[in-house]
Design a protein around this ligand. Structure first.
Ligand SMILES: Cc1ncc(COP(=O)(O)O)c(C=O)c1O
Length: 321
């Protein structure tokens, strides 16, 4: 509905979850990329968003919405409340719909130090009129695994006629499968303290979150000791997005093989170890920078980090840093 003409654009963070640009392409809209700041833990910068808006105006793109992924995929970054307030103000200033992708809101590795705040809370606190759509999903490691799909979006400050139209459009799909509906119900109404299943639910949920946090921590710490790799220790989501320096020799070998350098590295890693990472070029990154995305879902972190280290050392011996 936001993409009302081929000049309509949506601000998308880079690196991004690639289904956003894919969906925009499908609906004939334009992505307006804005860069996250890796040097500040993949922070979202209002300045970068304003630069992207200026660029969009120059090419005749009409900005309609701002996508924020919090916690981030692939970066794992988490917004603080101060930044969220600034982002709501940006949406007010430029009449943008705020699309708050909060599907990783329960995947927090350092809850005390880095808590999650929803955009709905911030919008309400500011008494803002910004139109907000918040997304949540069951597939992020606890209520459901990746094969179990279910989720919702919630509309705040969106007028009744528009909500009616959304209902009409969504109703074309009849209803989601029963398993997805049950999954969403268990996510939004978890057992309460004092109920029979509370203790087991708490124990299993906490154990899953603790394991994800521990693996993320081990991976970030060990990756940061490798030559030519720097890795932001992410406070949330299910990912790390380390930066890899690839020597000219490695870049030349990649080009000769007809591959992007980070794709070349990732395929070599897969061949050598069976570990499948996603090259940074799949998510977008600054020119001449290389990354890959690792997930913390897999148990056995000591073993696979060991394999990553051995592979990388061999790579450095062959191609240099
Ligand atoms: C940032 C982000 N948003 C949305 C989704 C979609 O989640 P689901 O397929 O569970 O609806 C994903 C899934 O990986 C994601 O990473």
């Amino acid at each position: 509905m936001l993409i009302s003409s081929p000049t309509s654009g949506v601000l998308i963070p880079i690196p991004q979850y690639p289904l956003y640009t894919a969906t925009l392409a499908q609906h004939n809209g334009r992505p307006i990329p804005y860069y996250l700041d890796e040097s500040k833990g993949w922070a979202t910068s209002v300045h970068e968003i304003e630069l992207a808006l200026e660029q969009a105006h120059k090419v005749g793109t009409v900005p309609k919405a701002l996508v924020i992924i919090n916690p981030g995929n692939p970066t794992g970054a988490l917004l603080d409340e101060e930044t969220m307030i600034q982002l709501v103000h940006i949406c007010e200033k430029y009449s943008l719909v705020l699309l708050a992708d909060e599907v990783y809101q329960n995947n927090l590795h350092k809850r005390e130090q880095f808590p999650f705040t929803s955009f709905k809370k911030v919008v309400r606190k500011l008494d803002s009129h910004v139109a907000l759509v918040s997304f949540h999903s069951i597939s992020k490691g606890v209520s459901g695994e990746c094969g179990r799909r279910g989720g919702y979006f919630e509309c705040t400050n969106i007028s009744e006629p528009v909500v009616s139209l959304i209902y009409k459009m969504v109703s074309v799909g009849l209803c989601p499968p029963l398993s997805g509906q049950i999954g969403v119900d268990t996510m939004v109404r978890p057992p309460k303290e004092g109920e029979e299943s509370y203790a087991l639910w708490r124990k299993e949920t906490d154990a899953t979150h603790a394991a994800l946090a521990q693996r993320t921590n081990v991976m970030a710490e060990r990756l940061n000791t490798l030559p030519g790799i720097t890795c932001v220790d992410s406070p949330g989501a299910l990912y790390l997005f380390p930066k890899i320096t690839l020597s000219q020799k490695a870049q030349d070998a990649a080009r000769e093989a007809g591959k992007e350098p980070d794709v070349f590295y990732s395929l070599a890693l897969l061949d050598a170890t069976g570990i499948c990472v996603v090259p940074g070029s799949g998510f977008g990154q600054k020119a001449d920078e290389w990354h890959y995305r690792l997930t913390c879902l897999c148990p056995g972190v000591e073993e696979y980090v060991g394999q990553l280290e051995t592979f990388h050392q061999g790579w450095v011996e062959k191609y240099g840093v």
